[in-house]
Each structure stands twice: as structure tokens, then as C-alpha cells.
Design a protein around this ligand. Structure first.
Ligand code: ADP
Ligand code: ZN
Length: 591
């Protein structure tokens, strides 16, 4: 039915466990393949599998996707008309459904709850199961009610799935749903197909364009910015360069937002430029990149946002560009928040952890996973630090020079002026303040202006300098700076090595998006055919075939239905439905 050649990770083990009638709590990262773990048992076991999901907006797409595979699925939520609801209830009673997606509040209405038994449930799958824990049901009170399902149907397998659950949450979910320890399945947090890259240079917009143009010229992606103004400017600018870029932020009307999101899901190659308000519950599998033009709040936020890339398992990129200004802005946001000191302290730590990650010289994946408590040694060979090794150098003397220049100029000037002092530039401002007479004037010619900027950014990141955000961005010393000035603290800085070390070749499971033998023109032809078909049916293109299937098609060039059926993601029903049309398109393309 699904057209996959093998199970992924622990899927097979979990599926057998559930088919045998056991309960399970499954924790897998986004894109890990959680759905299959309850979909297959629901199909295999007698009766209908009931999937509880709070993401109403996603239900239609999920059900459409299943129907494309020939699986008998339906959903019940507030978006259905009375008529549609009755039709679903009829097929439920007739016992002709494999899977029913339902919103928790609908499931727990007495009228429905009392009749569940009549539908002979094959299993209950609870999506976003972390909502059952204490902190989760603050947002989703109806989730707590779900525990009644377990009392009423003790023998029906209950499968709780989530992508986020720390140890305490796991324990709580298991105890509320009475899932034994043997039913706990955790796979790691790693997203092996995502590459991580952090750039610190200026000229952000140009670098973003270069990244997109050279690596993902015709793909869908998300670009995150902090402010609405920056969102609008960036979207307009990308659009002027020929990209289909659309803004998404709270300043747009509900209708505009909905339209832009719809285009993102149902069209090809749309780039959404958004504030963090975008992304909740987006499960478009072929998002090829997530770019950050502003610093997120924390590593958790960063990981969640970048996790929206590459759910289909194909190579994807998390690309970030940040500078001194971002650290300053984010620190200012934290410090000026209304929250109490305890909360601010936590936020400060989280931001510092993220900034430390940005500035680190070790494998980024290692740091991310270790942050989430998962052992991982690296090198991953899929992050900038592994691929373009950075070296640490002793920056104590440059740090002292910067600090001295700052102190001598009265802690009243920004980075530009301080660098002019270090480089000995006789600008008007220097002459006006007689800074050419300072002993630090011109003592820093061993580094370029850009290199000094890097030094200052790293010192701010490490809290060895601070920026006065209320005033004019003046650089100031901190308590820690004094230790450096006194010579009792060393400063280690990072620098990207000029010469490229050859990356250690290590076989990885990642499928490249395209390889040399992929016929890109043919791929475009097939993608257009897919779009045409999906538009006619009102489903997103990836519900017809995912990108990997199209790429395999444009690479392997099957000529017979039998060969077509071997492609990734082509099950029996899709073969019957679309095989001919795609084969014809390929034949026509060959002329
Ligand atoms: P999540 O864990 O985020 O719910 P999904 O269940 O949506 O992940 O799966 C992510 C993607 O991986 C989907 O496109 C799905 O079709 C695909 N997938 C899942 N299992 C397999 C498999 N065994 N082989 C190939 N692709 C798979
Ligand atoms: Zn790495």
C-alpha cells in the first residue's frame, strides 16, 4: 500500500508490538515516521483505528494522503458540515473505515463517547501526546479527559506519539495512560538529513540569496525574521529576484495569512518569509531549507523551527546568519520583558546557550543532541564546523586591545568607531574627539576591520563585553572584562580556516535531493504533471507523489508499469491511478 521498500528505525518492532495488542508511547523526531506505527496496525487489526489529533487544520491533508493510497480514512471535526458529518458516521457504523481522525473535544462528547464501543475500535492513537502531561493540558484541557478512554477500553491498544517529551513528561504520559515500561519506544532526536550552518558575516540579504540561488533555486523553504518589517522587506526583495516569496506575520489579515499558507502547501517552490508565528502544525514534507535571519530565542526554538525542514528524509538545510546586532536585540528583548526575574534568568541562560552554540567550534549536531541529553560524539560531517573546520586561537591580546580602546574612549562608542581607533583610521569623528592621541590608536593593524568585528561579536557573545542597548549601541566593559585586562583570564576565539580540509568521507543514509544522473528537465515536467493532478483533486502535490518518488522517476526512468511499481512511495493504488499518466509523460518527453 505505501510503496516503501523497508521499515525505518524501530517501526517494524513497534508495529508488531501494537498489532499484538500492546500499548505504546512512541517518541520520535519530526519526520521520523510515527504515523506508520499506528496506521499499519489500524489497517491490520479488526475495526477502525481512532486517531486523536488536536491539529484540525492538518486532518484533511492527512486523510487525503491516506485516501490517495487507497486507505479508507475519514475525519470528524468542527470544519465538517452537518451533512458531511452524517456521512462519516454512516460509514463508521457500516464498519468500512480503517482510520478515523478526530479532534479530542469531539471524541469526548457524551453522544460520541458512548457509542465508540459500537464501532469496535482497533486502537486509539493519540497524537501530540505530550499534551496529556501537566504542562501540556494547561493548553489542551480536553486531553486530560482522554484518560477515560483507557478506563473504558482497557484491552484496546493505546498508542501515544509525540516528538517532544523529556523524561518527566514521558513518565507522566505513561502513568496517565497506563502504558507499561515495555511499551516505551524512544528513538533519538537526530535529524540526520538536515545540515546545519551558521554564518556570521554582514551582507545578510545577499548571502541568503546566494545560498538559495546556488543550492535551492527551485524549492520550497521558510525564512524566519524577528520583525514584521524585516519579513516584508525580505519577502519583497526575494520576490524581486524572481522567487515566489510570500510574507507571513501577525500584521496581515487572517485571510492573507491563510492564503499565503495555502499557497505554500498547495503550490510548488514557495518561500514563506515569516515571524515565528508561522509553522505550528505545518507538515509539508518537502520544505528544503529553513533560514534564520534573526536569532531564535533558544536552542529548543531553533531545533523546532529547523525541524520543519526535510520531513521527507531528503537532504535539507538549516542556515542561519547572525551578527552582533542580533545578540544585542535578543538580550534586550529578554531584559525588557515584563516577566519576573526568575523567568528572565532562565531566558537569559537559554539565549546564552544558543549564542554559545552559534560561536562554538565543535560539531554542531553533537552540541545540539548533547543539549537534549542524547549522547553523540560526531563528527557528523554535515555541519559547517565539521565541513569547514574552524580553529580556535588565543585571542587574549586582541581582546585586551579592544577592551582598552573601549575604556580609553569612555565606553561611549559603538563597534565601528572602536575599530577605527584600533586600525588607526583618521576619520572626522576620530579627529573631533582627538582619539588619534590615544595610546591604543592604531595598535590593531594586524587584523582587518571584518576580523575585529568578529572579535567584538564573540566577546559580546561570551559576556566579556556588553552593548548598551538603550543608548547608541555603545560598547561597554563587564565585570568579566576586568579579569581579561588584568591578565587573569584567557580568551579563546574561533576563526574559519582558509584552506578547506577534505571532509572525511563517511557513508551516510541521506538521500541527496538530486544526483548527477537525475534529469532535471524531466523532473520539472513530472512536477508540473503532479501539480496539475493535485490541483484537480484539491490536495497538496506531495499527496499525489512525494519528491523522492519524482526524483527516482527522473533518475531511474521506468518504462513499464512493473518497473514503475518498484519506485519509492508507489503502492498498488497509486500505481493503478497514476502509473500510466506518468509513463506517458516520460515517453512524450523522450520524443
Ligand atoms: P512524523 O514522525 O513526523 O509523524 P511521518 O509519519 O509523517 O513522520 O513520516 C515522515 C515521512 O517519512 C513521510 O513522508 C512518510 O511517508 C515517510 N516514511 C515513513 N516511514 C517510511 C519508510 N519506512 N520508508 C520510507 N518512507 C517512510
Ligand atoms: Zn558536525
Amino acid at each position: 500500500m505505501f510503496g516503501y521498500s523497508a521499515f525505518r528505525g524501530r517501526q517494524e518492532e513497534i508495529i508488531s508490538h501494537v498489532i499484538r495488542g500492546n500499548h505504546a508511547l512512541i517518541i520520535m523526531p519530526t519526520g521520523g515516521g510515527k504515523s506508520l506505527c499506528f496506521q499499519i496496525p489500524a489497517i491490520v487489526r479488526r475495526g477502525v483505528g481512532i486517531v486523536v489529533s488536536p491539529l484540525i487544520a492538518l486532518m484533511k491533508d492527512q486523510v487525503d494522503g491516506l485516501r490517495q493510497l487507497g486507505i479508507r480514512a475519514a475525519y470528524l471535526n468542527s470544519s465538517l458540515s452537518h451533512h458531511e458529518r452524517l456521512a462519516v458516521e454512516r460509514s463508521l457504523r457500516a464498519g468500512v473505515l480503517d482510520l478515523l481522525y478526530v479532534a479530542p473535544e469531539r471524541l469526548m462528547t457524551p453522544a460520541f463517547f458512548d457509542r465508540i464501543g459500537d464501532f469496535s475500535p482497533a486502537l486509539f492513537a493519540i497524537d501530540e501526546a505530550h499534551c496529556i502531561a501537566q504542562w501540556g493540558h494547561d493548553f489542551r484541557p480536553e486531553y486530560l479527559e482522554l484518560t477515560r478512554l483507557r478506563d473504558r477500553f482497557p484491552d484496546v491498544p493505546c498508542i501515544a506519539v509525540t516528538a517532544t517529551a523529556d523524561v518527566a513528561t514521558q513518565r507522566e504520559v505513561r502513568s496517565r495512560l497506563d502504558i507499561p515500561e515495555s511499551g516505551l519506544f524512544i528513538t533519538g532526536f537526530d535529524r540526520p538529513n538536515i545540515r546545519y550552518r551558521v554564518e556570521t558575516q554582514t551582507n545578510q540579504k545577499k548571502r541568503l540569496a546566494r545560498f538559495i540561488d546556488s543550492e535551492y533555486p527551485r524549492e520550497a523553504g521558510i525564512v524566519y525574521c524577528l520583525s514584521r518589517k524585516k519579513v516584508d522587506r525580505t519577502a519583497a526583495w526575494l520576490a524581486s529576484r524572481g522567487h515566489m516569496a510570500l510574507p507571513y506575520h501577525a500584521g496581515l489579515t487572517q485571510r492573507e495569512r491563510q492564503q499565503n499558507q495555502e499557497r505554500f502547501l498547495h503550490d510548488e517552490c514557495v518561500i514563506i518569509v515569516a515571524t515565528i508565528a508561522f509553522g505550528m502544525g505545518i507538515d509539508k514534507p518537502n520544505v528544503r531549507f529553513v533560514a534564520h535571519l534573526s536569532l531564535p530565542r533558544s536552542i529548543e526554538a531553533y531545533y523546532q523551527e529547523t525541524g520543519r525542514a526535510g520531513r521527507d528524509g531528503l537532504l535539507a538545510d538549516a542556515w542561519m546568519s547572525y551578527g552582533l546586532g542580533d545578540i544585542t536585540t535578543m538580550r534586550h528583548i529578554v531584559e525588557s520583558s515584563e516577566a519576573d526575574e526568575r523567568y528572565r534568568r532562565i531566558e537569559r541562560h537559554k539565549l546564552d546557550a544558543l549564542v554559545g552554540w552559534c560561536e562554538s567550534t565543535v560539531c554542531r549536531r553533537k552540541m545540539l543532541l548533547n543539549y537534549f541529553g542524547e549522547p553523540y560524539e560526531g563528527p557528523c560531517n554535515r555541519c559547517d564546523n565539521c565541513l569547514k573546520p574552524v580553529e580556535e586561537w588565543d585571542g587574549t591580546v586582541p581582546a585586551m586591545k579592544v577592551m582598552s580602546a573601549i575604556k580609553r574612549t569612555g565606553e561611549r562608542f559603538g563597534a565601528g568607531h572602536v575599530i577605527d581607533v584600533l586600525l588607526g583610521n583618521e576619520t572626522d569623528k576620530i579627529l573631533r574627539y582627538h582619539h588619534e592621541c590615544l595610546p591604543t590608536f592604531g595598535v590593531g593593524t594586524e587584523l582587518s576591520s571584518a576580523a575585529w568585528r568578529g572579535v567584538i561579536r564573540q566577546l559580546v557573545a561570551a559576556n566579556l563585553l556588553q552593548v548598551d542597548v538603550e543608548g547608541y549601541g555603545s560598547l561597554m566593559l563587564t565585570d568579566e572584562s576586568l579579569a581579561v585586562l588584568r591578565g587573569s583570564r584567557k580568551v579563546s576565539l574561533r576563526r574559519v580556516r582558509k584552506t578547506k580540509r577534505r571532509a572525511k568521507t563517511k557513508k551516510t543514509r541521506t538521500v541527496r535531493v538530486y544526483d548527477a544522473s537525475t534529469d532535471r528537465d524531466l523532473f520539472e515536467v513530472l512536477r508540473n504533471l503532479r501539480l496539475e493532478i493535485s490541483r484537480k483533486q484539491g490536495v497538496p502535490p506531495y499527496a499525489v507523489f512525494n519528491d523522492r518518488t519524482l526524483i527516482e522517476m527522473a533518475t531511474a526512468r521506468p518504462r513499464t508499469l512493473k518497473a514503475f511499481g518498484e519506485l519509492h512511495g508507489v503502492g498498488e493504488v497509486k500505481l493503478r491511478r497514476y502509473g500510466r499518466r506518468f509513463l506517458d509523460a516520460m515517453r512524450k518527453y523522450d520524443g
